[in-house]
Design a protein around this ligand. Structure first.
Ligand code: THU
Length: 157
C-alpha cells in the first residue's frame, strides 16, 4: 500500500482585466454570450467562449428546458458546436463566466462534472492542451493550463 498525492498549479488574478488583450477579448465574448443565456428556471446565467487556432471565437450559453435534464450547460453548447462545425481545428482557450444568486459572489466558479468530461474529450481530440479561464462573479480569475487538471483520473485515453 502507498499513499499518493495529486497536485496541480493554477494562476489566480484579482481581476480579469489584468490578463492579455487576447484573453480580455475572449472573456468579453463570454460575457456577451452570458447575456444570451436562457435560464428562467435557475436564474443562473453562464457564458462560454472558445478561441480556435484560426483566431475564430465560438460562444455558447446555458439553455435550460422545462424538462430539466433536457437543458445544456454553456460549455457543452460551445464545445459541441466546435466539434460539430470545426472538426480537426485545435482549441486554444476556453473562457467561462457566470452570474446569478445560485452561488455566493465569492464562490469560485467551477464547471460541473459533465462539462469537465466534455472538455476532456475536446482536449483528447487534439494534440495540445486547452487553457481554461474561469471568471468568478467577484471578477477573480483562475487560469488552468490543461483540462486534465480539472478532471483528475478522468475517463478516457
Ligand atoms: N451550468 C452551466 O452552464 N455550466 C456549468 O458548468 C454548471 C452549470 C448551468 C446549468 C444550469 O442552466 C444552470 O447553470 C444552473 O445549474
Amino acid at each position: 500500500m502507498s499513499n499518493q498525492q495529486y497536485q496541480f498549479q493554477y494562476r489566480m488574478h484579482t481581476h480579469w482585466n489584468e490578463l492579455s488583450p487576447q484573453d480580455v477579448m475572449l472573456i468579453k465574448e463570454a460575457f456577451n454570450a452570458m447575456d444570451k443565456a436562457y435560464a428562467p428556471y435557475s436564474r443562473f446565467k453562464v457564458g462560454a467562449s472558445v478561441l480556435l487556432e484560426t483566431g475564430e471565437v465560438i460562444c455558447g450559453s446555458n439553455q435550460e428546458n422545462i424538462a430539466f435534464p433536457s437543458g445544456l450547460c454553456a460549455e457543452r453548447v460551445a464545445l459541441n458546436y466546435v466539434g460539430a462545425n470545426f472538426p480537426g481545428i485545435t482549441i486554444d482557450t476556453l473562457a467561462v463566466v457566470a452570474q446569478g444568486e445560485l452561488m455566493p459572489e465569492e464562490h469560485l466558479l467551477s464547471p460541473c462534472g459533465g462539462c469537465r468530461q466534455v472538455m476532456l474529450e475536446s482536449e483528447n481530440r487534439q494534440s495540445t492542451p486547452i487553457r481554461v479561464i474561469l471568471v468568478n462573479q467577484d471578477q477573480r480569475t483562475m487560469i488552468i493550463e490543461t483540462v486534465k487538471d480539472l478532471l483528475p483520473f478522468g475517463f478516457g485515453k
